[in-house]
Design a protein around this ligand. Structure first.
Ligand code: NAP
Length: 257
């Protein structure tokens, strides 16, 4: 029987692909037959389809876009996984211009720049699939430390929707994956730190994170591989009728319809 998803012959770029949901997505797309170029600032393991770049800069984005041409010779799947936040706590007053710029440079500009550089390649081929990874915070912002991150993801989400309208008639699908808490290596470290501060165990640390989110009805974070599954489906021809959509993967965290 043919596999449900077959990405043989597809060429893909996954940003932020060495850790967390990005690493899981790279591994899955490769398992499904795609040739995957990935990028991050530092290489984690031997990977010949890897290019080191800081995507918060225009130069880094140009370097990666150029590497897509030389390594892959074209592009069918573009997964914008890169994102995150390093803003301090303290609410809106703690967010100065420099922090706002940093959050936008990480969560918005890499996608804009790489899309501008790489979508012409897809247009020339007459097809392709783009996935922007946003966050439930784009509709459920948390004010303590992540207002700027949430706003940057909201901008990314609105941009993605507009792009999907422009590109759908040209054969290019653009969708969003909006995760809630993902149990990445970094999340495990956070839960362990909270646990040790509260004098509890890892399960207790996880419960603290879940409580800060207002609870997760499913009772657990998503696994990186589960986020990868959703992205692989959206990037595949199985999702040929889906564009301009946002898929939330959060165990029910967002409480509203
Ligand atoms: N984790 C969650 O709970 C959660 C929740 C909602 C949404 N999300 C979203 O899901 C996506 C993946 O998050 P994640 O937590 O799985 O990621 P992660 O584990 O923090 O991994 C980040 C990746 O991006 C790379 N990276 C970081 N800064 C970079 C830069 N300046 N230039 C190029 N690459 C850079 C990292 O490698 P280097 O450090 O070597 O550069 C790494 O490969 C993000 O868009 C995030 O906003 C995550």
């Amino acid at each position: 029987m043919a596999p449900f998803i077959d990405l043989s012959g597809k060429r893909a770029l996954v940003t932020g692909g060495t850790q967390g949901a990005g690493a899981a997505t790279v591994a899955l797309l490769r398992d499904l037959g795609a040739r995957v170029l990935t990028t991050a600032r530092s290489r984690r393991k031997e990977d010949r389809d890897f290019v080191a770049a800081d995507l918060t800069t225009a130069e880094g984005c140009a370097l990666v876009a150029g590497a897509v041409g030389t390594h892959l010779g074209g592009l069918d799947i573009l997964v914008h996984m890169l994102g995150g936040s390093s803003a301090p706590g303290g609410g809106f007053a703690a967010l100065d211009d420099e922090i706002w710029r940093r959050e936008l440079d990480l969560n918005l500009f890499p996608a804009l720049r790489l899309d501008r550089a790489l979508i012409p390649m897809m247009l020339a081929q007459g097809g392709g699939a783009v996935v922007h990874v946003t966050s439930i915070q784009r509709s459920m912002p948390l004010p303590e430390a992540t207002t700027a991150y949430a706003a940057a993801k909201a901008a990314l989400s609105t941009y993605s929707k507009s792009l999907s309208k422009e590109l759908a008639p040209k054969g290019i699908r653009v969708n969003r994956v909006s995760p809630g808490w993902i149990e990445t290596e970094a999340s495990v470290r956070l839960a362990e730190r909270l646990a040790s501060e509260a004098g509890t165990d890892y399960a207790g640390g996880k419960a603290i994170v879940m409580a800060a989110l207002g609870g997760i009805p499913l009772g657990r974070p998503a696994r990186p591989s589960e986020v990868a599954d959703l992205i692989a489906f959206l990037a595949s021809d199985r999702a040929a009728a889906i564009t301009g959509a946002e898929y939330v993967i959060d165990g029910g965290t967002v409480p509203t319809v």
